[in-house]
Design a protein around this ligand. Sequence first.
Ligand code: SR1
Ligand code: MG
Length: 406
Amino acid sequence: MSRFDTYFLMKEPDVIEYVRIKVPQMDWDAATMNSREIGDGNLNYVFKVTDALGHSVIVKQAGEELRISREMKIDTDRNRIESEILILQGKLAPGYVPRIYDYDTTMCACCMEDLSDHILMRTAMLQHKIYPKFAEQISDFMAPVLMGTTDVVMDHQEKKALQRKFISPQLCDITEALVYTEPYNDELGRNNVFAPNAAFVKEKLYGDTALHLEVAKLKMDFMTRAQSLIHGDLHTGSIFINDADTRVFDPEFAFYGPMGYDIGNVIANMIFAWCNGDAYGETEFCAWVESVIRDVVNLTMEKMGKYYDEHVTDTMAKAPGYKEYYMASILSDTAAVTGLELNRRTVGMANVKDLTTIPDEAKRARAERICMTAAIDFIKNRADKHCGNCFLNTLKDAVKAVDAQG
Ligand code: SR1
Ligand code: MG
């Protein structure tokens, strides 16, 4: 028996004892062990435990209520899902996720590799740092992880077993509300709209019924198309990075959904990074971000196409023309989700620092209008975004349109 046999929310001192029990292979120096809470996310509690011998581990525990809103309660089983998915992704894309040392379905906590020699990518983007390997690395992660869990490649019964194992109704519900509903009507009154853009949001997002129809189609598609085991929240706050390495973490929103959801999240969050850099006049940084937007689209599609050719098992998916049809649908989903993520992080409940920390009011208002203008184009004209340059041009056209409106 240990006091970790019944769930409770751990505090810093508890985590020291927890780690000694759960990660004994690290040969901890008990006298110098230290625990510090380091998380500032919306959902969980994250601690770093170290000792004077240089050992370190990260502990992540799921709370029963969200940090962003105490009224929102979600299943703590998300910690198991996250741990098991990181283990699976580590097999499909070795070296692109943190190592899991232990996960525990009683305390709803996992112990994982400390990536302190990396930086949270959103923080790096706010410092306008450039990572030339990022597009290559994130596409190396997404292609096998996304294509490798589809019906095109996997045994269909094994795929359905994964689908059952990783179903997350409450987390999907959050995405369905925050990404696919509230940015277009504020039905629960919890959107955060920047006051200078209130009229713009009312007209362009709340008032456009043609846009609502497209979002409705995309929402039902998100809810019903079990295409691939997606990360479900692949923004720059779910990526650790350094000059050599990119690591994806935090897949607690993972489930079987359309894979364009992940690719679109990466692109949208690079557009937020671009908007922040642009507001600060960081031209070199913005030029790099533009290359990332173009290359992530092109490289991911190219690598997924290659993965398809090399690993396809389904007989009918080998029918001439099917691959082209399938890949085109991924690209169009990617464009749509780029738009959905741009809108929801601009006006919804969970905003991004890339926009909210722009100190000059006029510059922030302009950046947000660029995001929403591009977003509407991405959603309505998703089938026309055929390549990386098309994605980049959507951003550039939005800048021109917003600047022309004054
Ligand atoms: C209620 S949680 C708000 C957001 O934080 C997470 O990172 C997800 O993106 C979610 O939509
Ligand atoms: Mg997260």
